[in-house]
Design a protein around this ligand. Sequence first.
Ligand code: PHE
Length: 338
Amino acid sequence: NQYTAEIKAANPANAAELEEFRIKYLGTKGIIKDLFDEFRTVSPEEKRVLGKVLNEFKQLAEAKYAELKESQESRAKSQDIDIDLTLPGEGFELGSRHPLSLTRIEIIDIFKRLGFVVAEGPEIEDDWHNFSALNFPEEHPARDMQDTFFIKKNSGKDDIALRTHTSSVQVRMMESGKPPFRAIMPGRVYRNEAISARAHCFFHQVEGLYVDENVSFSDLKQTLYHFVQELYGEGTKVRFRPSYFPFTEPSAEMDISCTICGGPGCNMCKYTGWVEILGCGMVDPNVLENCGIDSKKYTGFAFGMGIERITNLKYVIRDLRLFSENDVRFLKQFQTEI
Ligand code: PHE
């Protein structure tokens, strides 16, 4: 009859519609109940035929109801995890490079264009590479210039320490090769200092070494001048002040014109208009000889700078501790493409 097709096609979308289906066919006032009421009034011959038809119809409705109910329940179960697929996805945030890495990459880039290669060495050093080969005499107060973390300390000669500068890599390079050398040495160094806004127990350096025949102080000046123009922009002024390092002679410190203020009122340059950014000098002949290089034939220059200092000046950062605290609010200000 007409309902059979309807039952077969029934496809309730939710529990309410399924309940409607149940009430319509199987409910106490439903179609099947009505049909059975009618059935009671027909003749015995008709009952025999109709009884079979009616029973089949009832079974069909019941089976269909059971099937629909089950499929709706399993659908509900799979939706138990509370996902709304229509919501927009949560984007995931890209990290950013650490400001010290940005500066290191930039410094390396500038010197690479001048033909310098990058050299690295160990952070745990022996006395020879960190001090003696660099012309720090034993028991000499010059060693106190750099407060050292010693790992093993007894006689001096076989002391082991955390390197205080990457000059140790210069020694390793000169010992194991032949001139010419043209390299920069980026790396982490350690000094036993109280932690404050202006000092830390570790920091990062880039040192440079250039050894060949006829290398002069004017090569040193021009190289560093060019470096500063590239890093801080055309027109940045430089000035050299005489200084002292055991491993260079003569030695100098280089200042640049304050890139932040250019005048009074600035706490980066303490109102002078100048900020020191690196130490440099001509490699002391003793150092060349210590590394097996003929100091009559070869001369060289060396320089060393702190990456933190260079970064502070570039981005106007006034507290060194920010670099190692990993505060995302600080770090995410340095979104760049490299
Ligand atoms: N090694 C020195 C320092 O750490 C820097 C420097 C390097 C100075 C090379 C002169 C030449 O302070």
